[in-house]
Design a protein around this ligand. Structure first.
Ligand code: FBP
Length: 246
């Protein structure tokens, strides 16, 4: 894997694809504007990459290493077995200046095979172009219901990311250091970054970040916890202290 997303061997991504995944329900008058998010990244200088779907990547200039998310699904199909298919090609991501591509696999979904096949093809194409490949490994669907953050299911997801050839696996935090250490061991040479999740109090978010790093993670990919915070700049700096100084 090339080192483009690494600083001191760590990764801190600012994720902003929630407008696609969740819809405007996550936004207020400020963070509905992609430039507000880009400004957080520019002003703080702490993010090693920024994650967009292709449309935002095309229309907004970020000047921060770009991760283009290649698949996505809306939130209109709750209760169905999740499936997220490719919407943007690797070639298009390259033409937008991407240094990395991201793809979500819903581990445990009845459709996981389709996503794994698509991911596998994308991964070959992206590696041939020297892009970093990030797998969003999210346990979802009735076969893993209630176990989305359990040690064994998240460790299995981490292992799949390694077996599939991902450079980086983005995984949910399991809630304690010991179980997340096991997750990271299963990922082998695939780097693990933890997802931020829904907005929490700053102390809780920073405590979780510290535990994630103590477990040996390479970093985090965060969205709502930063750009829904009233002080995204201050919180980004506090988070960077945890990620890069651990
Ligand atoms: P957050 O830090 O806001 O959770 O963002 C991380 C992320 O993976 C986004 O890239 C994605 O849009 C979102 O979470 C999906 O969350 P979920 O599948 O839980 O709805």
């Amino acid at each position: 894997m090339n080192n483009i997303l690494l600083k001191n061997g760590k990764i801190l991504l600012l994720a902003y694809d929630q407008g696609f995944e969740h819809g405007p329900t996550d936004f207020n008058d400020d963070n509905v504007d992609p430039d507000y998010i880009i400004n957080i990244a520019k002003q703080t200088g702490v993010y090693t990459g920024i994650v967009f779907q292709e449309g935002i990547a095309e229309k907004y200039a970020a000047s921060i290493p770009l991760v283009v998310k290649l698949n996505g699904k809306t939130s209109f199909h709750k209760g169905e077995e999740p499936l997220s298919l490719q919407l943007c090609t690797v070639d298009k991501a390259v033409s937008l200046g991407a240094k990395a591509v991201g793809y979500t696999i819903y581990v445990g979904s009845e459709h996981e095979e389709k996503m794994m096949q698509e991911f596998s093809r994308i991964e070959d194409e992206a590696h041939a172009k020297d892009l970093v490949v990030i797998a969003w490994m999210y346990p979802r669907g009735k076969h893993v219901e209630g176990k989305e953050t359990s040690r064994d299911v998240v460790a299995y997801s981490a292992r799949l990311a390694l077996e599939l050839g991902a450079d980086v696996a983005k995984l949910p935090y399991t809630g304690d250091i010991e179980s997340f250490e096991w997750v990271i061991k299963n990922a082998g040479k695939t780097l693990v970054v933890a997802q931020g999740g829904a907005k929490k109090a700053q102390v809780e978010f920073l405590r979780e970040a510290s535990e994630i790093m103590q477990a040996g993670a390479a970093g985090m990919a965060v969205g709502r916890n930063i750009w829904q915070d009233p002080d995204p700049i201050g919180l980004s700096q506090k988070l960077a202290d945890v990620i890069f100084k651990s």
